[in-house]
Ligand binder design. Structure first.
Ligand code: SF4
Length: 296
């Protein structure tokens, strides 16, 4: 049976930064269901971002039911979620660091609540909108796609699909393709229209001290391009996955040292100690392997 590949923006980002780290995190096969996530400990900063996302979804769900949160409730929920994330990851951090993370989260949250779309939802400007679960995937061909928006808002016969990124990378040429994956997702779910022109896409991400909104109008062509690139990613991931089965030591390492500095596998990977030396050792290994196979 052919292995199903799982695509999400998080997986893609990691794959592009370091195929080896991607394999260690997502590429471990289980006997029953193909690919699964390998448990790792995450950095407290990433846990803070996770806690923020969890609370954002909870707060939006309450907003939908007409419930408003006080600043005190927000602080309590953020604190509880961050404590839970840290506990689940078997991390322990100093009280001062924990409080600093909480302050960051509160600050970002306060600014997020001033974003136009959230203010409009608070003012009950739109009657039809949904908070969606990002863990709900769709199966397209042999690829399982995790590309759900966080919000779908019906504004004047158009579905506005909105994704929140708690921390965005600098803008890149593939941003539009990644956003278009939300249309692929929606077209494969019940209740959404099939025409690309019935959607409008927004990504709201924290970048350099502000929440930035990017907006895209999908077309048939842009969604097709998105699917092609997504297929291309999945093929490349499958290749790495197959290669890892043959020889884990030869999996491509990170493209930059910066990736290794924040990688949760750095204590178990030669790249974490010294990326340049690890690359040299890998080249020697490759040469040795080529020499051995030429002799056989
Ligand atoms: S330490 Fe560097 S090379 Fe090794 S898995 Fe992590 S990012 Fe990749």
């Amino acid at each position: 049976m052919e292995t199903k590949m799982e695509w999400s923006r998080t997986r893609r980002d990691l794959f592009l930064k370091c195929p080896r780290a991607w394999h260690l995190r997502y590429g471990y096969p289980t006997s029953a269901s193909g690919i699964t996530e390998f448990p790792t400990s995450r950095r407290p900063w990433d846990l803070m971002l996770r806690a923020m996302k969890e609370i954002l979804v909870e707060r939006l769900e309450d907003l939908q039911e007409g419930k408003q949160w006080s600043p005190l409730l927000l602080e309590h929920q953020l604190k509880y979620s961050l404590q839970k994330q840290i506990k689940q990851n078997s991390n322990s951090i100093k009280k001062r660091y924990f409080e600093a993370l909480l302050r960051y989260a509160k600050h970002r949250f306060a600014l997020l609540w001033r974003c136009r779309i959230i203010r409009q939802l608070e003012q009950r400007k739109y009657a039809c909108w949904y908070v969606l679960d990002r863990t709900v995937s769709v199966l397209i061909g042999n690829q399982r796609i995790y590309a759900s928006p966080d919000l779908a808002v019906l504004i004047q016969n158009k579905w506005h699909l909105i994704r929140f990124d708690m921390q965005s990378a600098p803008t890149k040429s593939t941003d539009e393709f990644e956003a278009n994956a939300m249309v692929l997702w929606a077209k494969n779910r019940d209740g959404f229209p099939q025409s690309e022109s019935s959607f409008r896409l927004h990504t709201i991400g924290w970048r350099r001290g502000f929440w930035h909104t990017e907006t895209f109008q999908p077309t048939k062509h842009s969604v097709e391009q998105s699917y092609k690139l997504l297929e291309y990613d999945c093929k490349a991931m499958l290749e790495v996955h197959r290669y890892a089965r043959l020889n884990l030591a030869l999996l491509p390492l990170a493209t930059t040292k910066k990736t290794c500095e924040t990688c949760s596998f750095r204590f178990h990977c030669p790249g974490g100690e010294n990326l340049a030396v690890a690359r040299q050792e890998q080249t020697l290994l490759e040469l040795e392997q080529q020499f051995v196979s030429s002799k056989t």
